[in-house]
Design a protein. Structure first.
Length: 340
């Protein structure tokens, strides 16, 4: 017999997300399983899920796996309707060994994590400048990788080209090599290795130049968007459009969820971790956090250490206190995270 549920009593929802379908599990305030529902990964499914869970009571919070990937659409849908959404990590290996691996079990574990308070991270918003920058930098990273591959292929073709062709191309910088090779005239239908190599060089060179134009266009978009979204961040010493974009993406479109500058430092992996033992009191590198944002802080720190006298004095002072250069840099990155 189905149990009746007092209207208005809190209900906790956990969702295991996938590319095509999501599986959700609802728990009451005592942790009893109320039901499991599978929905398609689209707006119709999201509306069905919300209506289903509200039939049990008042929705207190939702734990969603993968809010930055498969669960992004569901997270946006629920947040736009005032529902509290929490980011949930996938279940641990110990839990899976004990209880097995199935979607309904993962969804129930997500709901229990929200109830227990172990899932306390609010997901990033994906409805503003930070999300736009994320998409642009993703495309740029792919284009840079493809251009590097094309450059390597150009030089490899030159290295193995027939002597008469190689002599005119050997030693040229990649940019000049691509420009020269992209203007080669090639005869069609010939089986001569020199002619085939010329055609291959022209093909790869044109690809290289097209990717360079694509990267330049993406850089313009990123620079303009960063300048509009956070002009004060770009104005900081050592912060360029790319590093600013990385920091904005890490913070998301709802940076208020972080609560404090210390939370942002932890998010970037720039908050030191205790590594003390006995009489030795020290901190070590934090290997967690957003590594792209940590890289951006590292780039800013290196830039300032090279040409900013105040930063050079700060690092020197930290080293006189007994810290290594790496430890001094970690302190500097923490300072930059606070400033950002």
């Amino acid at each position: 017999m189905e149990k009746t549920k007092e209207w208005g009593a809190p209900v906790y929802l956990g969702v295991d997300t996938h590319s095509e379908t999501h599986v959700a599990a609802a728990l009451d305030e005592a942790g009893r399983l109320l039901g499991v529902l599978a929905i398609p990964n689209n707006e119709v499914g999201y509306a069905e899920l919300l209506g289903w869970v509200l039939g049990f009571g008042a929705l207190a919070a939702v734990g969603v796996e993968g809010t930055g990937s498969y669960g992004a659409g569901l997270s946006r849908f629920l947040r736009s309707r005032g529902v509290r959404v929490m980011e949930v990590n996938r279940t641990s290996r110990q839990h899976r060994r004990r209880h097995g691996k199935h979607d309904a079990g993962d969804a129930e574990a997500a709901a229990r994590a929200v109830m227990a308070g172990t899932a306390s991270g609010e997901p990033k918003g994906a409805d503003g400048a930070a999300e736009s920058l994320r998409a642009l930098r993703l495309a740029r990273r792919s284009a840079v990788k493809a251009r590097t591959q094309a450059a390597n292929q150009l030089h490899a073709l030159v290295s193995t080209a027939p002597d008469e062709l190689r002599e005119g191309l050997r030693g040229l910088p990649t940019k000049h090599l691509a420009k020269k090779a992209s203007h080669f005239r090639c005869a069609a239908g010939t089986v001569d290795p020199a002619a085939a190599t010329r055609f291959a060089l022209r093909s790869v060179a044109r690809r290289y130049r097209a990717l360079s134009e694509e990267i330049a266009e993406l850089d313009d978009w990123i620079e303009r968007l960063v300048g509009e979204a956070a002009p004060e961040l770009v104005s900081l010493d050592g912060v360029g459009p790319d590093t600013a974009a990385a920091l904005l993406i890490a913070a998301g479109d709802n940076p208020e969820r972080l609560g404090s500058e210390a939370s942002f430092a932890h998010l970037c992996g720039a908050a030191p971790v205790q590594a003390s033992s006995g009489k030795v009191v020290r901190h070590r590198l934090n290997p967690g956090g957003n590594r792209d944002a940590n890289r951006a802080l590292h780039v800013v720190a290196l830039n300032r250490m090279r040409r900013d006298p105040r930063t050079q004095g700060y690092v020197a002072r930290r080293m006189t206190e007994g810290k290594s250069k790496r430890e001094a840099m970690r302190c500097l990155k923490r300072y930059i995270a606070r400033e950002s």
